[in-house]
Design a protein around this ligand. Structure first.
Ligand SMILES: Cc1ncc(COP(=O)(O)O)c(C=O)c1O
Length: 447
């Protein structure tokens, strides 16, 4: 671990000074990557970020699946600038909101033609649960190990990780079952011989843990926070079947997988599933805080959710938010960014699989479109993950070479802006290759 890098430290005196100025006033608990990188940013364009010292970074994280159009997209800047000068506040109907809602209805799976707009992801997922309760008149929810749906009280208990520890008591009526994370199957079974045992197990969780009042099954079509984990094709349809057996709704949390990220407009479509409700956010506004839920007119009528003011919020769908989401969706469609995500994502995946051939510490490499998971392991047989200390070294080595990427933990998530080109994908892979060679040479002998 002591070997120094073969490339010099970034020259960033201004960044260091400004970063230090902020520290005494910034609350702890801030996002890890912002603290680890020490970045002080001046601007962004396309897939690149530039810091206050003029260093440029290729961005493979896009604010964690947020910046779908890339930075400073001209159409986005123009639409928001124009709206800023006209009207920014209120829930009254505006032309851009109408454009947005119509477009959403066109691209949505099945008959999910009605939308309620919010500002944050957790807020939208909580609202989806309220809608499911309103429709089914039941109150229990099943979610999954490894799942992430936000940090607010109503969804904290649906988080399938240790993150929620010390924040009890949690909301009652929330249950968890294992996700189909086949690489690390908790039942130590192998797909497809397992016959999707996890589905049978979920049935048992509902039968034995709940009080028989299941309102919804909540699932990410591809688990983001868990490491961009793609389940096998039968998993989502199986969950939909289980939801039906219980007269419960299937809520697909498409916060990460929505709007082209996976190479289709919505992640659930890869699995031939039309959920009853989808939650949307992140890449939806390409950086503007806008989220929402979509469902059928029938479900949307359920009370009390549908009563006047019962489902709305102060900022949801305000003129700026609606404009940001509308121009983002419009640009995704006009510039064929869903197709770009599929094409460049497939290329990037194939290049990462080549790296896997070269470096024994690369484990699972899996992805859909520009949502790719790469695991860094000590040993492919035991699948033991590399410690954070090594990963943070890898992260810094990438940063020095001009790549900003989420490889500060061993469940490495790659999710660049949807405008990424093949040559930019190649540039990123080139840096990863160089860093992996360095790790192989200098670090691997010591772990
Ligand atoms: C799948 C999913 N749902 C919900 C959320 C919560 O979103 P927010 O951070 O906007 O509350 C996230 C955030 O990462 C997410 O990945």
């Amino acid at each position: 671990m002591s070997k120094t890098s073969s490339v010099p430290e970034l020259h960033r005196p201004r960044s260091r000074e400004i970063f230090q100025q902020e520290q005494p006033f910034l609350s702890s608990g801030f996002q890890n990557v912002a603290l680890l990188s020490g970045l002080v940013l001046e601007r962004g364009d396309g897939c690149y970020l530039t810091d206050v010292d003029g260093n440029r970074f290729l961005d493979f994280m896009a604010g964690i699946c947020v910046c779908s159009l890339g930075y400073s997209h001209p159409a986005y800047v123009a639409a928001l600038t124009e709206q800023l000068g006209k009207l920014t506040v209120g829930s009254f109907c505006t032309p851009n909101r109408v454009r947005l809602l119509k477009r959403l209805a066109e691209v949505a799976p099945g008959n999910l033609s009605q939308t309620m707009l919010y500002s944050g992801g957790a807020e939208a997922v909580e609202a989806a649960i309220r809608l499911a309760k309103s429709y089914t008149k039941k109150f229990e929810v099943l979610a999954f190990w490894g799942g992430f749906h936000g940090k607010t009280g109503g969804v904290l208990g649906l988080m399938g990780s240790t993150f929620k520890q010390h924040w009890g008591p949690l909301h009652p009526g929330l249950y968890l079952a294992p996700y189909a994370y086949c690489e690390r199957c908790p039942f130590k079974l192998s797909y497809p011989a397992c016959g999707l045992h996890c589905l049978e197990f979920a049935r048992e969780v509902i039968r034995l843990h709940t009080t028989g009042s299941l309102a919804a099954i909540l699932v990410e079509p591809v688990q983001g926070t868990a490491g961009n984990v793609v389940p096998p094709p039968e998993f989502l349809p199986g969950l939909q079947q289980i939801a039906r057996e219980h007269d419960a709704l299937l809520i697909a949390d498409e916060m990460i997988t929505g709007f082209g990220r996976t190479g289709l407009m919505f992640g659930s479509s890869h699995f031939g599933v039309v959920p009853d409700i989808i939650t949307i956010g992140k890449g939806m506004g390409s950086g503007f805080p806008v989220s929402g839920l979509m469902s059928t007119p029938d479900i949307m009528q359920a009370e009390p959710y549908s009563k006047p003011s019962a489902a709305s919020s102060s900022y949801g769908g305000n003129p700026l938010a609606a404009t940001a989401a509308w121009i983002t969706l419009e640009t995704i469609i006009q510039e064929n960014l869903v197709e770009n995500s599929a094409r460049v994502g497939a290329y990037l995946l194939s290049r990462l699989l080549e790296l896997r051939e070269k470096y024994p510490f690369i484990g699972r490499v899996q992805g859909l479109g520009l949502l790719i998971g790469v695991e860094f392991v000590k040993d492919r047989r035991t699948k033991e993950l590399l410690p954070d200390q090594v990963m943070q070294r890898i992260f810094r080595e990438c940063l020095r070479r001009g790549l900003l990427s989420m490889n500060y933990t061993a469940r490495y998530r790659i999710n660049p802006p949807l405008v990424l080109t093949e040559s930019q994908a190649e540039e990123g892979v080139g840096i990863l290759d160089e860093v992996c060679a360095y790790v192989d040479r200098e670090l691997r002998p010591h772990w």
